[in-house]
Design a binder for this molecule. Structure first.
Ligand code: NAD
Length: 442
């Protein structure tokens, strides 16, 4: 079976299915299409499928060309009909892996996809899980879901093949693309690894084979834990240095002049996005299961989680010094997205910061050119609309809190007109002298 599949991959005639056309699945489908392959996208959201058929993009940071190219191509189709999962030679699963309310891994989307794939499974298919998850998911929970729904007699490693390949997408980053970010691949067996690696090599410049799915799963977690722990380190360092009257930003800049053995991480208002605040807990949960607690992860989580409240406290202190109690203050939050120049608000610390300001009695508005209004989310339903950033609006607020430093903000105008700026990103550094006591770093 694998020889025919390999021939289809190598000849470029293979049909690739992508389940989940979100932040990860859509650019991946586009990259595979650009590599000359035929693509069939699957999503449960009919609005996304309709948008793709029209050539309309629903993820702004990817640009309009992407959706237009796919819509115009006879090598691309997208559907909500999961019975069509029998068609692709290879199926890439790019579904959410969030945490439950009690911060445990929620792999229900992945398991549901496993059952969908199993029901349609035919000999000669390769399945690759891309969703971030704890080591062992591909071999155990995901493989079991496929096998449970599959027709009897289909054997893993003989009739169909299974691998894990973590997604390393970084929305908004312009220095790398799906094509240029090296791709790790680890199969449940060497045949699966080889098939998956051959497939990705058609579209991605550098594919790295590892010895197992578990190594690939754990490598992805290490990458994100590395970030979460180092961000927590500088967040804690910021508080210690602040108490000593030392500016952490200048310290990081100074330390960064060392040409080896140091890599800068920057403090901020708290973690955001689908990855860094969530993925580490996939490992710590599994580590606890096997009796080897991951203490760094838990500590980093505590420190990073405390940052939004810290920003609100710091703003309240600065306002009090100016004679405005927080419960009587008008606060303008700049940037709702969790990082610059994108429109993704998932887990954004801005949401918690706004909620905390409201709890303290402040009247809060926000301005974000990428997010015209808020929508109901699992935890937050803020019911807000973005305010235009104008001199009048800046003057009308007692404090302007920079949570996300979008490129589009006019920082010179902010420096000129804001009564007080609480800056969590060091975005106003060039205006520090001009602003004097009107600028507070948090
Ligand atoms: N967003 C990132 O920057 C990023 C980076 C690296 C890794 N990841 C990982 O990739 C995975 C996917 O994340 P994402 O950001 O692309 O999520 P996303 O929410 O943007 O996309 C998921 C898509 O799946 C669809 N969907 C939900 N349930 C479905 C189902 N049962 N069947 C078919 N489609 C379904 C949704 O409509 C959505 O379009 C996660 O594990 C995440 O941790 C994300």
């Amino acid at each position: 079976m694998h020889t025919i599949l390999r021939q289809r991959i190598d000849s470029g005639s293979a049909l690739v299915g992508v389940i989940g056309l979100g932040y990860v699945g859509l650019p991946l489908a586009h990259a595979m299409h650009a590599g000359g392959l035929r693509l069939l996208g699957f999503d449960i959201d009919p609005a996304k499928i309709e948008a793709l058929a029209r050539g309309t993009n629903y993820l702004r940071h990817l640009g309009d060309d992407l959706a237009r190219t796919l819509a115009a191509s006879d090598r691309f189709d997208a559907t909500t009909d999961f019975a069509r999962l029998a068609e692709p030679d290879a199926i890439l699963v790019c579904l959410p892996t969030p945490l439950t309310e009690d911060r445990r891994p929620d792999i229900s989307y992945v398991l549901r996809a496993g059952l969908d794939i199993g029901r349609a499974l035919r000999p000669g298919q390769l399945v690759v899980l891309e969703s971030t998850t704890y080591p062992g998911t591909t071999r155990h929970e995901f493989a079991d879901a496929i096998a449970k729904a599959a027709a009897p007699g289909l054997e893993l490693g003989r009739d169909y093949f299974l691998a894990f390949s973590p997604e390393r997408e970084d929305p908004g980053r312009t220095t790398h693309s799906t094509r240029t970010i090296p791709k790790l691949v680890g199969g449940l067996d060497p045949t699966s690894t080889g098939l998956a690696a051959a497939l990705y090599r058609r579209a991605i410049e550098h594919v790295v084979e590892v010895s197992s799915a578990e190594v690939a799963e754990a490598a992805k977690l290490l990458e994100n834990i590395f970030r979460a722990v180092n961000i927590a380190l500088v967040n804690e360092m910021k508080l210690s240095l602040e108490a000593m009257g030392i500016d952490v930003w200048e310290v990081i800049e100074a330390a960064s002049t060392k040409p080896f053995g140091f890599m800068p991480f920057y403090p901020g208002p708290g973690l955001g996005g689908h990855c860094i605040p969530i993925d580490p807990f996939y490992l710590s949960w599994k580590a606890a299961q096997v009796g080897a607690p991951a203490r760094f992860i838990e500590l980093a989580g505590q420190i990073n989680h405390a940052m939004p409240a810290r920003v609100v406290d710091r703003t309240a202190e600065a306002l009090a010094l100016r004679g405005t109690p927080i419960d009587n203050a008008r606060v303008l939050v700049l940037g709702l997205a969790y990082k610059p120049d994108i429109d993704d608000v998932r887990e954004s610390p801005a949401l918690e910061i706004i909620e905390l300001f409201r709890q303290r009695g402040a009247t809060v508005a926000y301005s974000d050119p990428h997010i015209p209004r808020t929508h109901p989310m699992r935890r937050y339903d803020l019911g807000m609309q973005s305010q235009p950033l104008t001199p009048e609006n800046l003057k009308a607020h007692d404090a302007v809190v920079i949570v996300t430093h979008h490129r589009d903000f006019d920082y010179a105008m902010i420096a000129k007109h804001a009564r007080l700026v609480v800056d969590t990103r060091n975005a106003m550094q060039s205006y520090a002298t001009e602003m004097g006591a009107r600028l507070v770093k948090a």
